[in-house]
Design a protein around this ligand. Sequence first.
Ligand code: ATP
Ligand code: MG
Length: 449
Amino acid sequence: MAGKIIKAPRGTQDILGTDSYKWQFVERLALENAGLFGFSEMRTPTFEQMDLFKRSVGDTTDVVQKEMYEVRAEKGKDLYGLKPEGTAGAVRSAIENNLLKGALPLKVCYVTPCFRHERPQAGRLREFHQFGVEMFGAQSPSADVEVICVARELFQMIGLKQVMLNINSIGCPTCRAEYHKALTEYFRQYQDKLCTTCLERLDKNPMRILDCKSTVCSEIAKGAPVVLDYLCDDCKEHFEGVKKRLDALGIEYKIDPTIVRGLDYYTKTVFEFISGDLGAQATVCGGGRYDGLVKQMGGDPTPALGFAVGLERLLLIMEAQGIEIPKPETCELFIASMGEAANIKACELTNALRSEGFYAECDLMNRSVKAQMKYANKIGAKYTMVLGESELESGIAKLKEMETGTEREVDFRADLAQALYDITIERATEDLAEEFGGEALASAMGMKR
Ligand code: ATP
Ligand code: MG
């Protein structure tokens, strides 16, 4: 029975071969760059117990209240959630695997899919990807700055322009108590105007109202007291320490007292990297400290902090700024063949080339030589070679450079890989000579005239 075509879920996207190299590029850069700061990759499950997210992300946040995907096995009774972010799993894993009893600070990083049931739009998906880092055990402001530097360095390596760093401090539970009182008083004046979710938040978690996306609530929030005015001495000193270090390292930033972040676990320093190339979804990276979370999740009290970069948004900025990502190499050699014996020989030769690290292909479709050449053209093969009866007999075939049409004879029974190496080097030398002039090239290679 011919079925109706099933489409991918709304808010998800396929990353096809025409784009996957871009993902590989940014993911590799992100992990390598983090490696230079001592972060090693950690992979945690795509789903976790629902309670993990309720307790860490917070059950008065938008993420938990409105955006979670729940998962239940058909026959199971346990409730799981697809991860909406990476920190909860990393904290769980660090505690469960006793990593916090090893060398501190512990530095981990990850690339992970995340799931949030939001309204899909440019830069906002229901399945998206984050690159994130988490650092455990360090309470010094230097740690905050190092974590900020990991993101900043990545953006610089990629060549992003105009990505602005905004920072704020949202204090600790001590100073937060005073602030909550002031906030509750402020918002109570408007209680008949707030949305129903925020009305509930008024007593439970008034800071969440500052993060509400409804126009009425966000308008009211504009006049709310700011947390920076309520910091205790310890939090004030920490924030001064962060600013002093950012200044010393020549890192530009703005203080934005309205950043509160959408997840409950943050304390003290919070920060965002913002780009003008993203439209409404301007935040490419969000992060901060979460000094209370490890204890809250059952571990020993351990200060911690981290950030997450949205990879879709990162790629959107790169595209908007015309940043080129190196394209994967195309096929070096397509070996066409006529007849079964030649086809078998072609298979053997392509396999040998692959073991030498060359990208090679041969016919798998039983096509005519003409159709094989058409395919070779389509995949952008740099060289082609046709094997027929006479080539099999003599062991000599013509190697054709597709771009120029020039042909040369090669003995394919001898070392075909070596022949390709020689040609590649010859071509590279010609390119260099063209670019820099023969003399410059000769001197660069240490040759005397
Ligand atoms: P926003 O305010 O844009 O909703 P957020 O505060 O919910 O972001 P975080 O939870 O801090 O985002 O996640 C870190 C990063 O992950 C964001 O800065 C963004 O780049 C990316 N991100 C978050 N939600 C989405 C989404 N639905 N689609 C694509 N990227 C996202
Ligand atoms: Mg959000």
